[in-house]
Design a protein around this ligand. Structure first.
Ligand code: NI
Length: 386
């Protein structure tokens, strides 16, 4: 299969697009200007049809090839993070407290570059079937994929395969990771409420203290990972926020905690969820408190099948990228939710220049090597053309 590449002019166009997004980042569910810019870009490619999406942000578009073939979905995310950028560049964020610290601007521009390449293939009668382009909002917080699915994404498109890319700072530009098996962690965030009965701090016998109970709950939850999980499974349980009580002489009425449970194994995640429910309920009961757990949606692990990994390696081989390996990550990606609807694959693409020090995702000095945009564009296109 012929491999397509961006001309200098096309590369400069998507580079400028990426840097404009970087300078004007927008938070999840508020990617209004970003959405508009993507639509304006696509309007210049007559073969691309933008489909109506009943959401404030995000773009769904489609290109039809000249022959029969599979329907393939390419996904990029578009949102930024509530963070202050510290990395100096002419395109540093001008939106205070908002930053593209996960490189979703890079993904968006890469997909636009991929669309330019697919258009060339279509003109050469090399594009068969249909390609769906999903510019997904609100990946940070892992709510955007669900939002799109609930808005009827898979009623509007019926892809046979789906590909997504994340830039990966610990991997050098020009390298790509096609990892078989669990790549990124499943997770479930939660809020725990412990209800007691507040009163005067001098009269413990007349009150029910939720703070002492909370201490016991937090300590007991530590045993989920250490005592209930297979040590060969990667599992993390963290309580990251706690709030309750007010004056020093009053017993609190209730306490609220927020936390997250994560695992590369979906079955370990389910077992951990069940243990959290039991421990919270029984510990609360032991301290004469009442409890409640409010669970957010369970995000499964990003998992690449052996068949799709073999296909992805074949696609990557025509892009000029070198195949490399990197250890899986306990970070999560709501790309994982698409797997229930479509056979999918998730790449990690190297995004740190040779000689540069990698800055991890979500760090204030995070930045991508933009020469890697070429590889991003090629990888999206090759996933369709091979
Ligand atoms: Ni990300």
């Amino acid at each position: 299969m012929k491999s397509y590449d961006l001309t200098s002019e096309e590369y400069n166009t998507i580079l400028a697009f990426k840097r404009d997004l970087h300078q004007h980042p927008e938070l999840s569910r508020n990617e209004v200007c970003t959405t508009q810019k993507i639509k304006e870009f696509l309007a210049n490619i007559p073969s691309v049809e933008v489909l109506p999406l009943p959401l404030k942000t995000g773009v769904l578009a489609r290109m039809k090839g000249t022959g029969d073939g599979p329907e393939i979905m390419l996904r990029a995310d578009i949102d930024a993070l509530p963070q202050t950028e510290e990395y100096e560049s002419p395109w540093k964020s001008v939106n205070p407290g908002v930053m593209h610290a996960c490189g979703h601007d890079f993904h968006t521009a890469s997909l636009l570059g991929g669309i330019l390449l697919l258009e060339k293939a279509r003109m050469d009668s090399q594009l068969c079937g249909t390609v769906d382009f999903v510019f997904q909002p609100a990946e940070e917080g892992t709510t955007g994929a669900r939002m799109l699915i609930d808005a009827g994404l898979f009623d509007m498109i019926h892809p046979d395969f789906c590909f997504g890319i994340h830039n990966w700072p610990s991997v050098k530009t020009g390298d790509v990771v096609c990892h078989e098996g669990a790549l990124m962690s499943g997770k479930r965030n939660f809020e725990i409420l412990i209800y007691g009965a507040g009163g005067h701090g001098s009269m413990p016998h007349l009150n029910v203290d939720p703070i002492v109970c909370t201490g016991a709950v937090i300590q007991s939850l530590q045993t989920v990972v250490s005592r209930n999980m297979n040590p060969l499974d990667s599992v993390v349980l963290s309580i990251n926020m706690i709030e309750g009580g007010s004056p020093a002489n009053m017993v609190a009425d209730h306490v609220m905690m927020k936390g997250t449970i994560r695992s590369l194994s979906d079955s370990a995640l389910d077992r951990a969820i069940s243990r959290i429910e039991t421990i919270v309920c029984k510990a609360a009961e032991a301290y004469e408190c009442k409890s409640e757990i409010i669970w957010q949606e369970r995000i499964p692990a990003v998992w690449n099948s052996p068949e799709m990994t073999a296909l992805a390696k074949k696609c990557a081989s025509v892009t000029g990228c070198r195949l490399t390996e990197a250890p899986p990550s306990l970070a999560s990606e709501d790309f994982a939710l698409y797997r229930a609807y479509v056979t999918s694959f998730f790449y990690w693409l190297g995004s740190t220049a040779e000689g540069d020090v990698p800055e991890e995702l979500h760090k204030p000095r995070f930045h991508t090597d933009d020469t890697a945009l070429r590889y991003g564009a090629r990888l999206y296109a090759a996933s369709v053309l091979n």
